[in-house]
Write a protein that binds this ligand. Structure first.
Ligand code: F0G
Length: 351
């Protein structure tokens, strides 16, 4: 069967009124990959799956929400969209706007977004505005603009974004034939944990599943307002995607945590980079540093009694590793440079 994107697949669960307004890049239907090497490293006896959202058309989970937000904007006859972003939202907004003929304005913290993401927004023809400030300040700014000018906000404060992003839970449940026992994911602005929880609850309410996962979120230690219970004025982390000190969906994330009996924790940059490397080295899965927060959280909670033996876990890997090649190269061994002879290549190859 041809895959025509999340709105086509889950139309009845989503707010777009007419199929003719769908703007899609055939997003969704991303791989759910069994992580046997990671399972083998754990003390607990767990079945672990990676929901690899880097396989979306613009390389992150944002496409699931953006197809719905932009389709709704088209349905309402809007002309332009605006967002603040740590990079992925801007890449996705720019791509869907380009496809639909809408204008896109993206506001980003100067020097703090990964190069791959910046290149996407630029290539798709968005108006890219860099501010001398962080994501939280950029978000306040675009909120004010979208409240006063004819432009639609496509950050996850726009409920259509959450609606679209909940389809990742549907896919997981459809694939496993049941919801997992635990769902682990990074938390930044906290839209995605909100969306997953909504999706799992809707599937359970409609009788498609008979259990709900414990929602298990991880923030970066230098940007962990929810864990610490207070705003972070100057968030700092290697995981620039989740460098956020005042999440827009803060309360909703706490609600997902508490209703599900889960937790939100924090992982240090070292833990994030370690999980990022393990995923690439031992599973062959390249995600961006922020995405590895889910697996860093798994390693942190393994053996503590949090996970019940025999449980099924899903870990969302929110974005593709190619988004941020600088970090990949910085955290890897430098390639050998030798002369162009068989002997010299053999010498460094260990053959
Ligand atoms: N992982 C990646 C790769 C992200 O880009 C983001 C958020 C998150 C995790 C956190 O998701 O905000 O729903 O809790 N990126 C936003 C952006 C903020 O602008 O691209 P969240």
């Amino acid at each position: 069967m041809e895959w025509k994107g999340v709105l086509d697949r889950y139309f009845d669960y989503l707010p777009v009124e007419s199929r003719k307004n769908i703007v899609s890049l055939s997003e969704g239907n991303t791989p759910l990959i069994r992580a046997r090497s990671i399972e083998a490293k754990l003390n607990d006896d767990l079945e672990v799956y990676l929901k690899y959202e880097g396989a979306n058309p613009t390389g992150s989970f944002k496409d699931r929400g953006m197809t719905v937000a932009v389709s709704k904007a088209v349905e309402k006859g809007e002309k332009a969209v605006i967002c603040a972003s740590t990079g992925n939202t801007s890449a996705s907004a720019a791509a869907f706007a380009a496809r639909s003929g809408l204008e896109a304005i993206v506001v980003i913290p100067e020097g703090k977004i990964a190069f791959g993401k910046l290149s996407q927004a630029m290539m798709h023809g968005a108006t890219v505005v860099q501010i001398e400030g962080n994501f939280d300040e950029a978000l306040e700014l675009v909120l004010e603009i979208s409240n006063n000018y004819p432009v639609t906000l496509v950050n996850s404060l726009n409920p259509n974004r959450i609606e679209g992003q909940k389809t990742a839970s549907f896919e997981i449940a459809d694939f496993l034939g049941q919801a997992p026992d635990y769902h682990l994911l990074p938390v930044g602005n906290a839209g995605n944990i909100t969306a997953y929880w909504k999706g799992y609850k809707e599937y359970s309410d409609s009788g498609k599943t008979t259990r709900l996962p414990k929602m298990t979120g991880f923030q970066a230690a230098g940007a962990s307002p929810i864990v610490d219970g207070k705003k972070v004025e100057n968030p700092e982390t290697v995981a620039t995607a989740i460098r956020i000190g005042n999440p827009a969906s803060w309360e909703k994330a706490e609600n997902a945590r508490d209703e599900s009996g889960g937790m939100i924790g924090k992982a240090t940059d070292d833990e994030l980079v370690e999980a990022y490397r393990v995923l690439a080295d031992s599973e062959g899965v390249f995600c961006e540093p922020a995405s590895a927060a889910s697996v860093a959280g798994l390693f942190q909670m393994d053996g503590t009694g949090y996970f019940e033996d025999g449980s099924v876990l899903t870990c969302t890997l929110t974005g593709h590793g190619l988004k941020d090649p600088d970090i990949a190269i910085e955290s890897s061994k430098e390639p050998e440079t030798v002369g162009n002879t068989v002997e010299e290549v053999l010498e460094v190859s260990g053959l």
